[in-house]
Ligand binder design. Structure first.
Ligand SMILES: Cc1cc2nc3c(=O)[nH]c(=O)nc-3n(C[C@H](O)[C@H](O)[C@H](O)COP(=O)(O)O)c2cc1C
Length: 217
């Protein structure tokens, strides 16, 4: 495995083939992902893997909830977002636009309903965190998520983290019997990417790293 190549290659896929992923493969990916470091080796993550008919049921429930509540993909800010970030988000959507035009698809519908449908991926994974932990443990969840995305790429699988589903946490908990004291932190669409779908040609850019670093020396 060439880690740097994998890091460069990985991107979010938003259309998947129906081919199921062998359970052993998913198990291996999660085993490797859990090599991620965590504070005091607490390994605070919990994975819920949904596939088959249950996965279909989940999408139906989430799309229904989306149509009722109309909560869209967004950063869910608690204060007005500084311009730099707002601009960065808008730029990404702008760059995606030609692909939606090519697909004759509406951007908002594609992203919001698509997210609720895990973009048609045969497997949806949720990472949960016990609510007794402090917010610092979200760092550990972010790490295991990052590992998972890279490892899946190495197995020839595509992923898309799905944060939108947290807006529909109640529905997910009810459907999947997740106890009240668990926080559903993130969902992940996992499957073999449909490389014929135009949206999967999209690769989001990164700003010059100089814009993010302040050297103190
Ligand atoms: C925490 C988190 C939540 C995300 N939620 C969504 C989502 O709900 N729907 C979606 O289409 N993409 C979602 N994404 C994917 C981002 O849009 C994507 O990572 C970003 O545009 C950078 O593109 P890349 O992953 O292709 O490098 C999410 C990513 C992260 C890390």
């Amino acid at each position: 495995m060439d880690l740097i190549k994998t890091i460069r290659e990985r991107k979010s896929f938003r259309a998947f083939k129906q081919d199921p992923i062998p359970k052993e493969t998913i198990q291996e990916i999660l085993t490797l992902a859990s090599h991620a470091p965590s504070a005091i080796n607490l390994q605070p993550w919990e994975f819920i893997v949904v596939k088959g008919e249950e996965r279909e049921r989940l999408s139906r429930r989430l799309i229904k909830a989306y149509k009722e509540k109309q909560i869209s993909c967004g950063p869910g800010n608690v204060k007005p977002l500084p311009k730099t970030y707002a601009k960065r988000g808008a730029k990404t959507l702008e760059l995606m636009n030609p692909f939606f035009e090519e697909m004759k698809a509406d951007l908002n519908q594609f992203i919001n309903e698509g997210s609720c449908n895990f973009y048609g991926a045969p497997t949806a994974i949720f990472i949960c965190l016990d609510d007794s932990f402090p917010k610092a443990r979200f760092v550990d969840i972010g790490l295991v998520l990052g590992y998972l995305l890279l490892i899946a790429n190495e197995y020839g699988l595509g992923t898309c983290p799905i944060g939108l589903i947290t807006a529909y946490e109640d529905e997910i908990k009810e459907l999947l019997n997740i106890p009240e004291n668990k926080i559903v932190v993130i969902g992940i669409a996992l499957g073999y990417p449909d490389l014929k779908n135009p949206i999967n040609r999209f690769k989001s850019p990164r700003e010059d790293i100089g814009n993010f670093i302040r050297w103190i020396e």
